[in-house]
Design a protein around this ligand. Structure first.
Ligand code: ZN
Length: 426
């Protein structure tokens, strides 16, 4: 993997040393996603295994601290960065003739693995876009669910918790939905530790991801409040650094709960007022409180408040989101652009886009440039080249100003497509 991300994202990707806490009995290994291993008298409980590419690194880091056999593996959820880097652990088990560990997951995780089977190529394609800056140059598939480690203890949807004891340490597993419908989090009272999986990622929560399926902001807030009741000293997030100290843990959980309630309730209020998405979205941007905007835990490095507004809307609303019947069965955008170009020629649109650009109205300039780019005859090389060059310049500027990893990647991908097109044109 190529390591090129903005500063705030290096924590998210776990580019800091792995660590131990509670007298070396808890190992916090950070390799893209985090793994937490609990060392008990009778063996190890491993919460999450990383993405396949980092399985060996995490395994080696755990083995530097302890050589006890793995007795339990818990999947916080079935995403590629939390449940697939298990191979080095299995190799060791075979070599040493140990018993296979119990593997704990939610029943929706099993359904997720089935879904991944039918969407293997699609997920590879979509993840190469979402993570394009880190997967740059990767030739083969970056994720694949062709091989999985089958869960042996499966939490059913009507069971909200499961408990077990190993080496005089109690482990309490809870199911709540938030980023996914198969989320599991762990409370270890003797270690005063919560492992949150991706319910906590040291960024604004990944709710409303532009590439991925529905997430659940209200339930997310409730999960945070349930974790807060435990009064933990340590909060191991799915991504990002270990959160230490009961006050810091409480603060991280409280502010995340609060922002999830806020975005949910304010969008719902506007739905009840009979508003359509565009109006709700821009009103929500205008009312976003300073205390959330500037909170370290809610930095928009991976998730974004802007995405979260979509998540709530989509939770309750269908795809017809404008209230304008023109949008019900729209014409092709290229056909619409061609009609605009019959009213005013490319030159006038280009001049106007340039004016908007010089006034700093970058988004509006992009909309105007798309009329030329989509509507101009391919043979009109000079006109299309100028429009593409200006769009490229604007996208680069927007990337520089953007703090969100996914938004950056989307715009960077668009810029790269333009560069390739320009190479063919010039
Ligand atoms: Zn993750």
């Amino acid at each position: 993997m190529v390591r090129k991300v903005s500063d705030g994202m290096s924590d998210f990707f776990g580019w800091f040393p792995s660590t131990t806490f509670e007298n070396n009995t808890c190992i916090f290994a950070s390799n893209f996603a985090n793994t937490c291993a609990f060392d008990t008298k009778e063996g190890l409980v491993v919460f999450d295994v990383p993405i396949r590419q980092f399985g060996q690194k995490t395994f080696d880091e755990i083995r530097k601290i302890t050589d006890k056999p793995v007795k339990y593996v818990i999947f916080s959820h079935g995403h590629f960065d939390h449940a697939f880097g298990y191979e080095p652990f299995l190799e060791e088990i075979k070599k040493k003739g140990w018993d296979m560990p119990e593997v704990i997951a939610h029943e929706n995780c099993v359904k997720r693995f089935e879904k991944y089977e039918i969407l293997d190529e699609y997920h590879d394609w979509i993840n190469k876009q979402q993570f394009s800056s880190v997967f740059k140059g990767e030739k083969g598939s970056v994720v694949s669910a062709r091989e999985i480690l089958d869960p042996t203890i499966i939490l059913k949807s009507n069971e909200s918790s499961y408990s077990f004891k190993l080496g005089e340490v109690n482990f309490e597993v809870y199911h709540d939905i938030g980023e996914t419908d198969d989320s599991i989090w762990l409370w270890v009272p003797e270690k005063k530790t919560i492992c949150a999986g991706d319910l906590m990622i040291s960024s604004f929560p990944n709710v409303g991801n532009p590439f991925k399926v529905q997430r659940y902001p209200k339930d997310w807030a409730i999960a945070m409040e349930k974790m807060r009741e435990k009064n933990a000293e340590y909060l191991a997030p799915g991504h990002g650094r270990l959160i230490e100290g009961s006050e810091n843990v409480r603060d991280a959980l409280s502010i995340t709960a609060e922002v999830m309630h806020f975005v949910h309730d304010e969008v719902v209020k506007r739905l009840n007022e009979g508003k359509w998405f565009e109006q709700i979205y821009h009103e929500m941007l205008a009312i976003y409180p300073y205390k959330f905007k500037n909170h370290k835990i809610l930095r928009e490095t991976y998730g974004s408040y802007r995405f979260a507004i979509h998540a709530v809307y989509r939770l309750y609303h269908g795809w017809y989101d404008s209230g304008n019947p023109t949008d019900l069965f729209p014409a092709k955008t290229a056909d619409i652009a061609r009609e605009f170009l019959k009213l005013n020629n490319e030159k006038s649109y280009f001049e106007h886009a340039n004016k908007l650009y010089s006034e700093g109205k970058l988004q509006l300039a992009l909309h105007i440039l798309d009329i030329i780019i989509k509507g101009t005859d391919e043979r009109n090389i000079e006109v299309i080249t100028d429009a593409l060059k200006l769009k490229l310049k604007i996208l680069k500027q927007k990337v520089k100003e953007e703090s969100n990893f996914m938004a950056e990647n989307i715009m960077e991908n668009g810029a790269n497509q333009i560069k390739n097109r320009l190479k063919k044109l010039i």
